[in-house]
Ligand binder design. Structure first.
Ligand SMILES: [Zn+2]
Length: 487
């Protein structure tokens, strides 16, 4: 049952430590700028040549923290024409909105399919076409996002992804990320897909792909060609669109990089590697948030979470301090009064309704989008903060980025059940989040007829929906069982 995504554990600095209480004795005045301070914004290694950008490439789509630095340099931006509406061909049939006009492509998917059953490969291709339309309908992209997708049997090929308790369905992450300086002085980690939309005259070298994704060939997926969805099946399209939004940068860098059992979280300290035997000196360049994290606020105060980063960056002499190794770095950090900010962030991440994403056009605190800080198991790397709060956004048009998907439910059904929002899978609050990140938004998305493309008559889709409705009544009773945790 259940799992359709897996974000994996963060690589820990130094050797794993038992969970410890944070250092005590500090004043709780972390948020006050009560002392004259040196620069508390981070800096990408001043020892490197000035203007030399830093880029990272994803190692495994199933673990967004598995990133290695790759050489990159500044390149001139070549202007490309806007993606124009173009009829996407799907098995010879046109992909059209319900209004009858075609929508721009949002994704260019390069699919490597190692499923034994060739049929799954073809059905997945259809779903990627639809996901492409759903994203291209809502975002105005300079060019379609490039996606490197692989479908393979997880258990047969990767024992790490094979669990007896739950079945992993897939995962995706930005393929390349790069450091970019924001106008508040912080360098943050940007996904390549977002950098491409910012229209700078120069940009760090791009990798071949914007988003990297893997899906389980043995997953209990439902595809639109399959007729009525069965209990326990996950709508492949839902999974793809959800994962693509993570790939666009809807993801936090706040995690516990130190303790085995999470008890304190920080943004990414960007260690050159996570090898416990590494005896190299470690220069602290600051904690690096994701572009997403700039917009996180504490609720209800609306104080930016970045204020905690600012305090954390001051610990033990602050940015530029060189440690003899990562162990020393960890010891000094955990003994510092500033470490209390990491404990505070941890508490926020495990208390319902205490963290939100504040869209840039917000007029009041009511506009805040509540992030997932209400998981039974406390802080869950990859699930906490990187999703919207489950209960608040279930049965609303912003259901997509919850950490759970209801097996046996069609994406179309979620859309119709929450008011049939014109943007479809991508709800109004999520759109404001994407706009705040820096994506351009199509103000007039079309209504896409999602399940009418696979058959001449559209009859299959209606059958599927009717089939869904007939057993949905009994779903409520088994919901607690059906909603297995997704990790
Ligand atoms: Zn997710």
């Amino acid at each position: 049952m259940g799992g359709w995504e897996f974000h994996g554990a963060v690589p820990r600095l130094g050797q794993p430590r038992p969970s410890t209480a944070p250092a005590t004795g500090s004043s709780a005045s972390g948020l006050k700028s009560d002392a004259p301070t040196p620069d508390t914004t981070n800096t990408p290694s001043s020892s490197s040549a000035a203007g030399q950008p830093r880029c990272f490439e994803l190692v495994s789509p199933m673990n967004p923290y598995s990133r290695r630095p790759v050489p990159c340099h500044l390149e001139k931006t070549v202007k490309k024409p806007l993606a124009r509406p173009k009829n996407a061909s799907l098995n010879g049939k046109m992909l059209k909105s319900a209004a009858g006009s075609s929508v721009p492509r949002g994704l260019d998917v390069t699919l490597t399919c190692r499923a034994k059953n060739e049929e799954i490969c073809n059905k997945a291709r259809s779903s990627f076409e639809m996901a492409s339309a759903i994203i291209g309908n809502v975002l105005v992209l300079n060019e379609p996002l490039t996606v490197n997708a692989t479908i393979y049997p997880f258990c047969a090929e990767n024992s790490d992804l094979c669990s007896k308790e739950f079945q992993l369905l897939g995962g995706a992450s930005p393929a390349r990320t790069m450091l970019r300086k924001d106008d508040d002085g912080f360098y943050r980690i940007y996904p390549q897909s977002l950098v491409k939309q910012l229209n700078h005259t120069q940009h760090p070298s791009y990798g071949s792909f914007d988003i990297s994704a893997e899906f389980n060939a043995d997953g209990n997926f439902w595809f639109q060609e399959d007729g009525a969805i069965k209990k326990g099946q996950s709508d492949f399209l839902f999974v793809v669109v959800h994962e693509m939004i993570h790939g666009l940068g809807f993801t936090t860098s706040w995690a516990d990089y130190i303790n085995k059992i999470p008890s304190a979280i920080t943004p990414n300290p960007l260690s050159p590697d996570a090898d416990p035997l590494d005896t190299d000196t470690f220069r602290f360049d600051g904690f690096f948030e994701n572009a997403f994290d700039r917009h996180l606020v504490q609720v209800p105060s609306m104080v930016p979470l970045s204020n905690l980063t600012r305090v954390l960056n001051r610990f033990n002499g602050g940015i530029g301090t060189v440690y003899k190794d990562q162990i020393e770095f960890i010891n000094k950090l955990t003994q510092s009064p500033e470490y209390e900010m990491a404990a505070r962030a941890f508490n926020l991440s495990t208390t319902r309704g205490s963290l939100g994403f504040l869209p840039s056009d917000s007029v009041s605190g009511n506009d805040v989008v509540l992030m997932e800080t209400n998981l039974k198991s406390g802080f869950v790397q990859g699930s906490s903060i990187s999703h919207v709060e489950y209960q608040t956004y279930s049965n609303t048009p912003d259901f997509l980025m919850r950490y759970l998907q209801d097996p046996g439910t069609l994406l179309q059904q979620d859309i119709e059940g929450s008011g049939n929002y014109a943007g479809g899978a991508i709800g109004p609050k999520l759109i404001r989040c994407l706009q705040t990140l820096g994506y351009r938004i199509n103000k007039n998305p079309q209504r896409i007829a999602m399940y009418q493309i696979q058959s001449e008559s559209g009859a299959d889709s209606m059958t599927a929906l009717r089939g869904y409705a007939s057993w949905h009544a009994s779903l409520a009773a088994v919901a607690a069982v059906t909603l297995a945790a997704l990790l």
